[in-house]
Design a protein around this ligand. Sequence first.
Ligand SMILES: NC(=O)c1ccc[n+]([C@@H]2O[C@H](COP(=O)([O-])OP(=O)(O)OC[C@H]3O[C@@H](n4cnc5c(N)ncnc54)[C@H](OP(=O)(O)O)[C@@H]3O)[C@@H](O)[C@H]2O)c1
Length: 272
Amino acid sequence: MAGSQVVLVTGASSGIGRATADLLQARGHRVIGTSRRASPGAAPWTWARLDVTDDASVTACVAGVLASEGRIDVVVNNAGLVMAGAVEDTAIEEARRSLETNVLGAMRLARAVLPGMRERGSGTIVNMGSLAGRVGMPFQGIYSASKFALEGLTEALAQEVAGFGINVALVAPGDTATSVVDNRVRAVASQDPASPYAAACARIVAMYEADERAGAPATGVATLVADLVEGRRRGPRYAVGPVGQRVMVAARGMVPGGVFRWGMSRYFGLRR
Ligand SMILES: NC(=O)c1ccc[n+]([C@@H]2O[C@H](COP(=O)([O-])OP(=O)(O)OC[C@H]3O[C@@H](n4cnc5c(N)ncnc54)[C@H](OP(=O)(O)O)[C@@H]3O)[C@@H](O)[C@H]2O)c1
């Protein structure tokens, strides 16, 4: 779709969301960026308050944008929460929070904007996946589960709404230098030295953090999202970020499962 579009970017207070909102605004779109906080700081676009885990908050946010702008052409479901910890150590409530944000949050937004998009016969939804949604990452199993789920949701939804002129795509970044290191949530039990996983979890999460600090700039992801918003790309799913990580994910489909798992265990120094 050509011309200026009304774009709602969730989780725009930092990292990938902020870079995406800034780039879309610079390209002449009308951007509404969201945060759970009332005053997240200065931005060249409009803030809206939103907690994607809260039905009422999603309804109010979408109603507010429709009232002020008249329509929502694009939603970038970027808001996300990275959860670390051994699966066995993760309490169901801890896992629920992650899945609520990363999967049901995106679904809530989609359900709220799709009626208007169907009525107008056009629209774009971009869901922020992760390379961790293509390979299960040890001690980030709940995060991987949420991003695998988002891949499935996106693929199914895309087929359901294509006939209404709506494009749904998933962008899967590898390590990206953002505030993710500070915002990572940790399963309480995996931080207890009594946990049989505590040492391996701490060591491997430290590896993740080092990779994230040295990750690709968020502007690369933002450029890909902007290309999807502006119709220069129409594909259903993209990987973006460090080449080595994209090759690793691609290799998963080319080598026998046992070989891939052996390589992963070796890389992370895990017992087999
Ligand atoms: N950085 C990476 O290496 C990487 C790699 C692959 C995928 N990703 C994905 O990229 C997305 C953005 O991550 P980031 O790296 O930019 O992280 P970030 O800097 O920590 O940003 C996360 C954003 O999500 C928002 N958020 C969190 N919980 C929310 C909720 N319940 N409702 C509404 N907003 C919420 C935060 O906003 P407030 O706190 O202001 O509400 C913040 O703006 C996530 O979906 C993440 O999984 C990141």
